[in-house]
Structures are given as C-alpha cells and as structure tokens.
Ligand binder design. Structure first.
Ligand code: NAD
Length: 266
C-alpha cells in the first residue's frame, strides 16, 4: 500500500517516515510540508538519515495523493480538515493523529468520513489505549465516591492544551460515571474559587523541556488513592500505531474509526 505523510518534517514526521519503511506491506510514496518550509525539495530519506528514497518533500498534497492509497497526517486541526477535503475528493483513506479539534471541527471530520475511511485518534500508542480500558474499569468499580483529577505533561512546543489524550481520558471517566464531560471538566482553579464539587473532573497541564507525553488519572478517595499513568519515552510507538492503523484500514468501508477499533478494544 502506498503511503504519503503530511507534516513530514515535524517531530512526528521523521518517526513516521521510519515506521512506514519498517512496516510490511507499506511503501512511502510521498511526503508533504507547508508551503515555504525550508525542507521542500529535500529527499524524505535524508530527514531520517537513511539516505535518498527518491521521495522529495512537496507542498502539493492533491498532486502527491494521486500516487498514494492512504495519507498519514500529524498536523493541526485546520490543516487536517483541508487534507480530509482533498482526500475525500480523491477517494483516498486517511489516518490522522492531529489533536485539538473543537466540537464543530469534529463534526466536519465526521462529514468527510462519510465519503472515505478515516482513523482519527488523539493517541496512537497501544499503552494509552489500554489505559482507556483500565480507566473505564476503575471508574465502574470506584463510582462516585472518588474524586477524579487528570494531570498531563508535555514538551514546551505543544500548541493545544490540555492534550487530546487527557481530554479523552476525562471523557472516558465521565461517560462511565454518567456525566457530561463538557459540563464537569474544570480547567482552572485560582483564588477563592470555592471547594471542589463532587462531579467535577479537574484537568491540569504542565509544559516544559522535551517531555514526550505523560498522563495520570487520579482517583482520590478518603484515605486512599489510585493512579493510572502512562509515560511515553519516545515518539516511535505513536508512529508504529499509525502504520498499524494503515494496515487495518485498507479493507474497511467509509466511516470514522479510532485506535480502540484498530486494536479490537471497542
Ligand atoms: P510539529 O509542529 O513538530 O510538526 C507538524 C508539522 O506539520 C510541521 O513540520 C509543520 O510545518 C507541518 N505543517 C503545518 N502546516 C502544514 C500544512 N498546511 N501543510 C503541510 N504541513 C504542515 O508537531 P508534532 O509534535 O509532530 O505534532 C503534530 C500533531 O500530532 C499535533 O497535533 C500533535 O498534538 C499530534 N500528536 C499526536 C500523537 C498521536 O498519537 N495521535 C502523538 C504525537 C503528536
């Protein structure tokens, strides 16, 4: 299957190029960056120091997708929506790891996914997706007696906050406890803000240095505390998750899928 990568020169881009090269049945056929990026024209293989692959980085996604079956997109919501529009018009599949979509943007993603198969997941790692399952289990057992707080740490270049993964973790707990995440998520405590409500789910963010990504959900009771944590040590497992999603998606019908579907956990 021929794969094109958009955001090829980004932090995830290099890991994705490497992962595509290492995955059976996948072949890198294109690499795309934003217009004006200094790496336009550079061979994609030189970004990961494997030598030339004969795949120059371009700024023309529509042209690149003519020679690809599937697009891997790790960019940003507004860019991803434009990419989905192009892929939908060409009938090409998309695996996107972009994060930070608003509810309105998610609605637009769903619209494009009626025309083509799409995997969209805020976190492509197997470990984080196992955590989603564990959180459901923990929330079911602990019920309303435990206060829930989510804390996430990322590098100082990250644009969206809290991370898409942290939001998904909060949503999983809220859904399991019969709460509406948008009503109970509390992103901000400052000054005389009053005592914590029983229903709220605190969402705390730390940014600094080169932290790849860490998430902990605290279930805090009287005299005891459970912590479910995931720490990413490198970006390679996100990239391997994306190539696994490509392999899984190739015989699927149009629709919107996530990593729980890819991993058979849904
Ligand atoms: P980055 O800023 O290092 O890379 C993004 C790349 O996209 C940049 O090289 C940028 O030039 C390129 N880009 C921007 N606009 C473009 C356009 N119009 N056309 C083509 N390319 C364009 O960011 P990153 O750390 O690689 O993360 C990228 C995205 O992936 C973010 O949304 C991040 O939150 C997400 N992410 C998801 C996962 C996951 O598992 N789902 C893991 C890590 C990061």
């Amino acid at each position: 299957m021929k794969v094109a990568i958009v955001g090829a020169a980004g932090r995830m881009g290099g890991r994705l190029i490497q992962a595509v090269m290492e995955t059976d049945g996948l072949e890198l056929s294109g690499a795309v960056e934003r217009p004006g990026h200094p790496h336009i024209g550079t061979d994609a293989g030189l970004l990961v120091a494997v030598g030339k692959l004969g795949v120059p980085i371009t700024d023309d996604l529509a042209e690149t997708m003519k020679n690809a079956d599937i697009l891997i997109d790790f960019t940003f919501p507004d860019v991803t929506l434009k990419n989905l529009e192009i892929c939908a018009s060409l009938g090409k599949m998309v695996v996107s790891g972009s994060t930070g979509f608003t509810p309105e943007q998610n609605e637009q993603v769903r619209k494009y996914a009626k025309q083509i198969p799409v995997v969209l997941a805020p976190n492509m790692s197997v470990g984080v997706n196992a955590c989603f399952k564990l959180l459901k289990e923990a929330a079911n057992i602990l019920g309303d007696d435990f206060d829930v707080e989510v804390v996430e740490l990322h590098h100082n270049q990250k644009k969206d906050s809290p991370s898409g993964t942290a939001v998904r973790m909060g949503e999983v707990v809220a859904e399991t406890l019969g709460r509406d995440y948008n009503q109970v998520a509390n992103y901000h405590r400052e000054g005389m803000c009053g005592q914590r409500s029983k229903e709220e789910i605190g969402m705390q963010t730390i940014r600094g240095g080169d932290i790849v990504g860490e998430h902990t959900v605290y279930f805090i009771g009287m005299g005891e505390r459970i912590e479910i944590s995931h720490r990413a040590m490198s970006r390679d497992m996100f990239a391997r998750g994306a190539t696994r999603a490509c392999q899984w998606l190739q015989d699927k019908k149009s629709g919107l899928y996530d990593m729980q579907d890819v991993l058979g956990l849904s």
